[in-house]
Design a protein around this ligand. Structure first.
Ligand code: HEC
Length: 88
C-alpha cells in the first residue's frame, strides 16, 4: 500500500505537467490519439521537426491553409516549448 502511494506520488508530476501557453489549443485539431484524423496527431513526432514546421509556416515558406496564421502568433521560444510538450 505504501509502495503504491509512493509510486503514485512519483508518477503524478508527469501527468500534471503544465502545457506551455497556447499548446493545449493545438490538441483541438491535432488530436493526440486519432491516427485516422484528417489533421495528423503530433504525438511521438520529433520536437525539432515540429518546431521547424512551425517556423516554416510562420515565415510563409511552407504552404498552409491556417497554420501560417496560427504559427505567427508564437515566438520562436514559445514554439519550441510547445513543440517539446506536444510530442510527449
Ligand atoms: C484549427 C485547427 C488547427 C489548430 C488549432 C492547430 N493546427 Fe496544426 N495543422 C492544421 C492543419 C489544417 C494543418 C495542415 C496545414 C494547413 O493546411 O495549414 C496543420 C499542420 C500542422 C503541422 C504539420 C504536420 C505535418 O504532418 O507535417 C504541424 C507541425 C502543426 N500543424 C503544429 C501545430 C501546433 C504546434 C499547433 C498549436 C500551436 C497547431 N498545429 C494548431 C490545423 C490546426
Amino acid at each position: 500500500m505504501r509502495a503504491l502511494a509512493l509510486a503514485l506520488l512519483v508518477a503524478a508530476p508527469a501527468y500534471a505537467q503544465e502545457a506551455p501557453p497556447g499548446a493545449s489549443t493545438c490538441l483541438g485539431c491535432h488530436a493526440p490519439t486519432r491516427s485516422d484524423a484528417a489533421i495528423p496527431s503530433l504525438r511521438g513526432r520529433d520536437a525539432a521537426e515540429v518546431a521547424a514546421a512551425m517556423r516554416a509556416f510562420r515565415e510563409g515558406t511552407r504552404p498552409a491553409t491556417l497554420m501560417d496564421r496560427l504559427a505567427r502568433g508564437f515566438t520562436e521560444e514559445e514554439t519550441q516549448a510547445i513543440a517539446a510538450w506536444i510530442v510527449r
